[in-house]
Every structure is written in structure tokens, then in C-alpha cells.
Design a binder for this molecule. Sequence first.
Ligand SMILES: Nc1ncnc2c1ncn2[C@@H]1O[C@H](COP(=O)(O)OP(=O)(O)OP(=O)(O)O)[C@@H](O)[C@H]1O
Ligand code: SF4
Ligand SMILES: [Mg+2]
Length: 345
Amino acid sequence: MAEPILEVRGLVKHYPLTRGVLFKKQVGAVKAVDGVDFTLDRGETLGIVGESGCGKSTVAKMLVGLERPTSGAIRYKGEDVTRLSGRALRAVRRNIQMVFQDPYTSLNPRMTVGDIIGEPFDIHPEAAPKGDRRRKVRELLDVVGLNPEYVNRYPHQFSGGQRQRIGIARGLALRPEIIVADEPVSALDVSVQAQVVNLMERLQNEFDLSYVFIAHDLSIVRHISDRVGVMYLGRIVETGRDAEIYDHPTHPYTQALLSAVPVPDPEAREHRERIILHGDVPSPTNIPSGCRFRTRCWKARERCALEVPALAVPEAFRRATGPAAHPSACHFAEEKHVVPSGRPE
Ligand SMILES: Nc1ncnc2c1ncn2[C@@H]1O[C@H](COP(=O)(O)OP(=O)(O)OP(=O)(O)O)[C@@H](O)[C@H]1O
Ligand code: SF4
Ligand SMILES: [Mg+2]
């Protein structure tokens, strides 16, 4: 099998909690990301979903080098990026770019679109000789479906969807191999979301891109993802191919999330079971013992408080080859069909 383009092992980000002004003393930690593993193959899209605060953006920031991991490895083509520095690190960083959530705040309002898209060339001048930048920027505008004549306009002259196209053009400027998109359509109108997702799919084929696509909306992630990882309180609790996760979820948390996805067919809607999760997500400064989901899980038993469930194919499915046999961090994993009509739209 080909080597994955990205391999993440035991990724951890703990933010220290300190007390005192002069003599700062660490009194705890915000365990934003607490042991995440995944692989990304060339040309594939891995969707990462989970409720607000579960650590998705922190993972994204570590992948593109905006945050340093507390521990763990991020291997790009087999090389651990977290151990690189200087020129070697810069060369790798060029290949892993980010598209941000909010096109309203992530674009500098005082810069022209041309300067915004060309900004990465300031950090990596080798990617475009000075005299060639303007042409490259116009080409990028065209690639994302915007008029190259707009190059001197400012962000406020564009709609939300157009602004996200500008953000994507900037992400593409250095011709990266991997794009980490952190909720790229969450801030957009529903009618525009599909256009931006379609654009990203087209660009993926055109430029042979691999995507890590982060969202809290399960239906959007399904549309674009080949595989999905479901995060809860800093960890991935279930992962598999999209049909495995959507049609054969075995982790109670995934089942609860899926039961809340809107179903367009009214009859199917009537027959589906909504799983209401009680209580709030615990604080990442105080993660429950054993299974971190147990305080909200309707199936929790004594073992759940004592033993941390590993993210692996559960015992019950180990001999099976069907779609339920995928990694799920639950001691009592079992199938539960929560989306009766199949695909959510
Ligand atoms: N710099 C920081 N210092 C301390 N805690 C932080 C910091 N950045 C994030 N956190 C905390 O880490 C946890 C994970 O945050 P993160 O932004 O990664 O979540 P998220 O899944 O992206 O959420 P959302 O869906 O709201 O974007 C949260 O509890 C957040 O408050
Ligand atoms: S291990 Fe226990 S608490 Fe955790 S998801 Fe499974 S049944 Fe629920
Ligand atoms: Mg986030």
C-alpha cells in the first residue's frame, strides 16, 4: 500500500492553566487535543466532525504549524514535521496550507484581493518571481471562478461566498499538496455552501489535493469526505469510510450526532429516533475517567468509568468483514440505524 501523505500519531495539545501574577504556577491544563491518530492518503478527503470545543481547530492549527503540539508526531511523507526547523520546516509548510472558517474576518480589509492572494509569495518568494506575481494572482482568481479583473478590489466588495473563494485562492497560491479546511463553509448561507464545496471538489481533482475537511455539520462532511473521524473532547471516537459512519455507526456519540441531522423525506423523518444527549460537554480541564463520553452516554456501565476504550475495531465485530467492522472507541459498541432513509442531504 502507498505511504499516506500525512500520518498523525498521538497528537496532544494541552494549554497550561496558571495561577499567580509574579510567580506563575501551573494548576492544571486545558486538554484541547488529547491523543489523536489518523492518516490521510494522497487525493483523499478526511472529514473531521464534532461539537464546538472538541478540539477540531486546534488539530488544524497544529497540522499547518500555527500551534506547536505538546507531544505526538505529524508525519508528512514519512517525516515528522514536529522535529523540523528552519528551511526544512518551511519547505514542508509550503505543502500544507489552511483555509479558514470565516471569510469575513480572515481577510485583511485594508489589503486588495491581489495582495491577499499574493501574500504567501512574500514568505515563499521562490514560488513566484517578483515580476510574475501579478499574473499568478490573476490566474488564481480565474481558477476559483472569480473575474481576474477584480484584483484591485477590497474584501468588502465581495459576497461571503466570493470571499471564501478568495481564501481558497490564497490557500492554493503555493500549490500545496494538502489543504486543511477549518469549517470552510460554516459561515456561509446554505445556498452558497454547496457551490463552495463543489469548487473544492473540482480543485481537488484539478490539483491532486488531499483535504482535511473540518465541520460540525455531518451532512456537509458526508458530501465531500471519503473517510470521516468523529471527535469528542479532544479525541477521535469513531472513524471509517463515509458509508460505515453514516449507515453503520457503532459509537453512541456518533449515533446521537446522526440522529440530529435533518432528514428531507417527511416519512423517514417521522420514523427516525432522535437521541437527545443530556448534560453539557465536560470541561477539557477535567476529562472524565475511563470513557470520556460516559457522563452523557445512555449506555454507560461501571466498566466505562474504569477503562479507557481504545480506538480499534470492537471485539464484537472483529471477525466480521461488514461495514460495522471499523474503529470505534466504545466497550459496548453496537450498530444502530439512525438515518432511516440512508443518505442525509
Ligand atoms: N489558546 C488557548 N488557550 C487555552 N485554551 C484553548 C486555546 N485554544 C483553544 N482552547 C480550548 O481548547 C478547546 C478546543 O478548542 P477548539 O477551538 O480546537 O475547538 P473546536 O472543535 O474547533 O470548536 P468550534 O467548533 O467552536 O470551532 C476549547 O475548550 C477551547 O476553549
Ligand atoms: S464505552 Fe461506555 S460510556 Fe463510552 S460510549 Fe461506550 S457505552 Fe458509552
Ligand atoms: Mg473551531
